[in-house]
Design a protein around this ligand. Sequence first.
Ligand code: MN3
Length: 204
Amino acid sequence: MAFELPALPYAFDALEPNIDARTMEIHHGKHHAAYTNNLNAALAGTEHEGKSIESILANISQFSPAVRNNGGGFFNHNLFWTIMSPNGSPTPAEGTAIHAAITADLGGFDTFKKDFAAAGATRFGSGWAWLSVGADGKLFVSSSPNQDNPLMDVAEKKGTPILGLDVWEHAYYLNYQNRRPDYIESFFNVINWEEVNRRYLAAK
Ligand code: MN3
């Protein structure tokens, strides 16, 4: 079974004005599609064909750069589309598990937002900012280069990512040009905290 590009769960223009329709169309239809196709091509005819993406990422040090880059790209964008929503909100609802965990593990929402934004803004070149659940069950913020992520055995900080932000220029350059911090600020308007909370509970 080859990996398939998932449909976007909303229209290309649904996240306007925070993320513009043209960026979403190219990002999903070209970039994510290419990662998916290239991952399938890299696995075709090998013993790893048919394995889950999670099991491949957990042992990524044993794979080729093509599988690392495209497998990461496939997984990361699958996550990215689901944790955004046109009905998103800047903060998680009080009373939710993720709200309580951000307070308990990360010193409160404002500290989390500052640390997460800094992780994205200071990632040199291309990469991702992450909010993840560690093996100890606690939340942590990190960033990774290229299409790496915290599920990979090569990650500096390993865990289950529940929120990710793509800070590659292809994710924001049409609308924000070099203003990555403005893109990061706008991202906080469209976070689907219900989905992040669901992923948090599943990862625990
Ligand atoms: Mn991308």
